[in-house]
Design a protein around this ligand. Structure first.
Ligand code: ARG
Length: 566
């Protein structure tokens, strides 16, 4: 539009010898023909000494001679309305089209580490780690679409203490090692935590000591302790991987906290010796962050000399810098850890970590509680397991389709719709707000939902299938008048990908998919494809192919797959 603005200013100068006329465009309301409108003619009417409508007509007469790129009309007292013709939009799309339409190379040569879902091994995978996975995966996809090289890392919470707790709890439970499941381990962990708390309240430490004993044995590589730890770790990891598989998630690395405990302690000693860190009287070590505007120092070593969260994260930042030389590291972790990451990143600056660290945070997943109030999602038993949520989602999708008479969906399609719905719900609003888990809306086939968008694409594919044998003809003379809305949306896609690549606002993609699905529904309603004449049909199929490509790719950026059938 910049060119057109300049051209209008030029025409004004030619016709009325007015230099530097101000030309601005505004969007035109939906009920008036045209896409943009300018009041340039009215602005110069006095100076030109003519009626604004006449001026508008004279300007437009000139502009029409330039090209047929735009359609001009005059409205009201002298507004010039500009419409980009459908044919022109199609021409632009055809020119811009490529095999990787939408992608760009702006991130070429740059490396990002994206960390997700970073579950904790002592507990079964719960909905608490749903958003880190969904947001993390989308972030990876988006950066790759912008040309970045992305390394994904699952920063597992697999540090010592839980293993001591598990071992002791397991021995007390009387279960056999061959039979113990992740759910037993989750239960054992909860019970042991409670027993430890009760014991501490009575000023006793028998159990706590026993836990420490097992930990010491584990560190000393005692065969029995190692056997337990390895078994528990395997059970937990198998479970984690199974849930990740169902969610369509995977990562390149799984460097958990335990991997960084020893190097972390060494770094603490190094920075202590250099005077960057300080030791407290009780032996614990801190790093002051006042120069970064943070007056709470970060604890980097416990008084008993053991590592803690920040010790491992310090080593992890250092490791990533040395091994992967990332430009940016993105931690996909909930809002509760905001302050911790502010401290950690300041610590990183203080010790000279070169990469930019970014906390991609989000709100909680809420539900409407029995009292009708919004609360953090939970179940009667406590946390909701992600597995249970997925099972419930699949049952809902199955029931929804059965009620419409569709009983022939494959398990694979049911799973795609169920996870698609859950993932889409993560992006309906800015990630910084909590999401309300409302199954009525999330799994609905209408409204702003994953299934609604998936269905729009399934319909496109069905049209293409039905027309597979149709011989396409030349459609150079087609006017593309009914396709304008979709063409405009398709043309927007590359800018959208570039924008979310820069601001990591993945929810804008969900908004785009919803807009596109709505526009497609309107299109199907009024535009015949199968029944159209050969030229129209060929042109419309061309558009359907492009729309399928873009919509499925846009959903794919959010990790949402298209079912075969729905
Ligand atoms: N496992 C942690 C949790 O669930 C998240 C880990 C985040 N990443 C990190 N480098 N600290 O709270």
């Amino acid at each position: 539009m910049e060119n057109l603005k300049n051209r209008i200013a030029e025409v004004i100068n030619e016709l009325y010898a007015i230099d530097g006329a101000i030309v601005e465009f505004a969007d035109v309301p939906a009920d008036i023909p045209g896409d943009y409108s300018t009041n340039a003619a009215m602005r110069i009417a006095k100076q030109a000494g003519k009626a604004p409508r006449q001026i508008a007509e004279e300007i437009v007469e000139r502009l029409r001679r330039d090209s047929d790129e735009f359609v001009f009309s005059i409205a009201g007292p002298g507004f010039i309305n500009v419409e980009i013709s459908g044919a022109n939009l199609q021409k632009r799309l055809a020119e811009a089209w490529s095999e990787d339409y939408g992608c760009n190379k702006s991130g070429e040569g740059k490396v990002a580490v994206v960390e997700f879902p970073s579950t904790n091994m002592a507990k079964p995978y719960s909905v608490g780690h749903l958003r880190p996975g969904t947001q993390g995966w989308a972030t990876k996809q988006i950066l790759e679409a912008n040309g970045w090289k992305v390394i994904t890392d699952n920063h597992l919470g697999d540090t010592g203490t839980p293993f001591g707790i598990w071992t002791l709890g397991f021995l007390r439970s009387g279960k056999s090692l061959d039979e113990v499941t992740i759910y037993d381990l989750g239960e054992i962990y909860i019970q042991m935590k409670k027993a430890l708390k009760d014991e501490a309240a009575e000023n006793k430490h028998e159990l706590a000591d026993e836990v420490q004993e097992w930990l010491k044995k584990l560190e000393a590589k005692d065969a029995e302790a190692v056997k337990y730890a390895e078994t528990f770790k395997k059970i937990s990891l198998d479970h984690t991987h199974e849930v990740m598989r169902r969610m369509g998630l995977s990562t390149d690395y799984e460097l958990g906290e335990s991997f960084f405990a020893e190097p972390g302690k060494e770094l603490v000693q190094k920075y202590l010796a250099e005077g960057v860190f300080e030791q407290n009287d009780d032996g614990s070590v801190i790093c002051r962050l006042d120069e970064y505007g943070i007056d709470v120092p970060i604890l980097v070593l416990k008084s008993n000399g053991t590592a803690l969260y920040a010790t491992t994260d310090l080593a992890c930042m250092d490791y990533r810098a040395r091994e992967w030389h990332p430009n940016k590291v993105i931690y996909c972790v909930g809002a509760e850890q905001k302050f911790y990451f502010e401290q950690l990143f300041a610590l990183g600056k203080k010790v000279g970590i070169p990469q930019e660290n970014y906390h991609l945070w989000f709100g909680t997943i809420d539900q409407i509680g029995e009292d009708g109030k919004r609360e953090k999602m939970s179940s009667r038993k406590g946390v909701v397991l992600l597995e249970a949520m997925l099972n419930d989602a699949e049952a809902r999708v199955r029931a929804n389709f059965a009620s419409t008479g569709a009983n022939d969906l494959s398990d694979d399609d049911i799973a795609k719709i169920a996870t698609g719905a859950i993932k889409f719900s993560d992006f309906v609003a800015d990630r910084k707000t909590g999401i309300l888990y409302d199954p009525e809306k999330i799994f609905a086939l209408t409204g702003c939902s994953g299934p609604f968008c998936q269905y729009a694409d399934v319909r496109l594919r069905r049209i293409l299938e039905k027309n597979a044998d149709f011989a396409r003809v030349d459609f150079a003379d087609y006017d593309w008048a009914s396709e304008k809305e979709i063409l405009r949306l398709l043309l927007k896609f590359p800018d959208l990908v570039a924008m979310v690549g820069a601001n990591l606002e993945a929810h804008r993609i969900a908004g785009y998919c919803f807009e596109m699905a709505q526009a497609l529904n309107r299109y199907y309603e009024k535009t015949p494809i199968l029944q159209a004449n050969d030229m129209e049909r060929s042109a419309r199929l061309w558009l359907v192919e492009k729309a399928d490509f873009v919509l499925s790719h846009a959903l794919g950026l959010l990790g949402i797959e298209i079912p075969e059938k729905m």
